[in-house]
Design a protein around this ligand. Structure first.
Ligand code: GDP
Length: 298
């Protein structure tokens, strides 16, 4: 990811090399190129506009620092602005003060939710937690089985519907899972919910009902970075329909241009908290805006 954007920006900065001082014309030309690079990377237009305006303002107003040449100075500004639009500080999970912490996952089918649930569970286990995975995706025929297989791989138990705890009733399963977690002293509950191929009212209502039943500490919106600009529209629909606290970007290992990663925070106001970059359970980490910006400018 970001390969084209990285190359584009590198070319832009190359043009500034050797310049003693940047004229307004130099700054305008650079800003134009950054704008094109971001648009090509599929970053949402309002985000591009804001980004370019901020870079331009700062480049004009910046004190000339003795230590940095003009090209380095622009790179520094772009880096800081990238960190900013990616969310600034890393946003950590908030744990419940009493009882199990409930994390609910929402997103479209194929976003990578079920895989992510197991990745997150493994990661939490490695932090010394005792998570419980909960299969509330009763829509996709294979989803429960898939979660059970992944749960086994992660060494994390899975609470799934069976006679007595709500076959065919995701809200009932979700509710029962909290009781089970409390009884068995699990400190984190990860609730996987159903996704559809497109946003639809029934899906939103079901997710909202599960949310009301389990009152999650964190609702995480899981989104495939490969869907580019569509990620922003989908995020907005989930924000309106279910609401969420943070975002998990998946498939960062693909050749997406990076637009979703760069837009989603600004558009939704919600931070990217985790990133998933492969099919293995360990292909997962906390999202660090500064490292991501560093990768883009590498
Ligand atoms: P769900 O429908 O949202 O539960 O999505 P799944 O967890 O079933 O994932 C859909 C497909 O994407 C599966 O084939 C996963 O193996 C794959 N997948 C999930 N996360 C990643 C990732 O970060 N990178 C890659 N390359 N594939 C992923």
């Amino acid at each position: 990811m970001f390969a084209t954007l990285s190359d584009r920006l590198a070319d832009t900065f190359k043009n500034l090399r050797g310049k003693g001082r940047l004229s307004d014309a130099d700054i305008d030309a650079t800003a134009r190129e950054i704008r094109i690079a971001l648009l090509e990377a599929d970053v949402a237009l309002p985000v591009v506009k804001e980004f370019v305006a901020a870079v331009k303002d700062r480049a004009r107003g910046e004190e000339v620092s003795g230590a940095l040449n003009p090209a380095q100075q622009i790179i520094k500004i772009v880096n800081e602005e990238l960190v900013e639009i990616l969310g600034g500080e890393t946003r950590r999970l908030r744990y419940a003060k009493t009882g199990p912490t409930v994390i609910m996952l929402a997103g479209l089918q194929g976003a990578g939710k079920t895989t992510l649930a197991a990745k997150l569970a493994l990661w939490l286990k490695e932090q010394g937690k005792q998570p419980l995975l909960v299969a509330c995706d009763l829509q996709r025929p294979n989803a429960v089985k898939q979660l059970q297989v992944n749960g086994e791989r992660a060494g994390v138990p899975v609470f799934a519907p069976e006679p007595g705890n709500g076959v065919g009733d995701p809200v009932g399963v979700a509710r029962a899972s909290i009781e089970e977690a409390t009884r068995r002293l699990h400190d984190v509950v990860i609730v996987d919910t159903a996704g559809r191929l497109g946003v639809d009212a029934e899906l939103m209502q079901q997710a909202a009902d599960i949310r009301d039943a389990v009152r999650p500490d964190e609702v995480l919106f899981v989104v495939d970075a490969m869907i580019g600009q569509d990620a922003v529209g989908t995020a907005q629909a989930f924000l309106d329909g279910v609401g969420f606290d943070g975002v998990v970007l998946t498939k960062l290992d693909g050749d997406a241009r990076g637009g979703a990663a760069l837009s989603i925070r600004s558009v939704t106001g919600r931070p990217v908290m985790f990133a998933s970059n492969g099919e293995k359970l360990t292909d997962f980490d906390v999202f660090h805006p500064d490292r991501m910006a560093g990768r883009i400018l590498d």
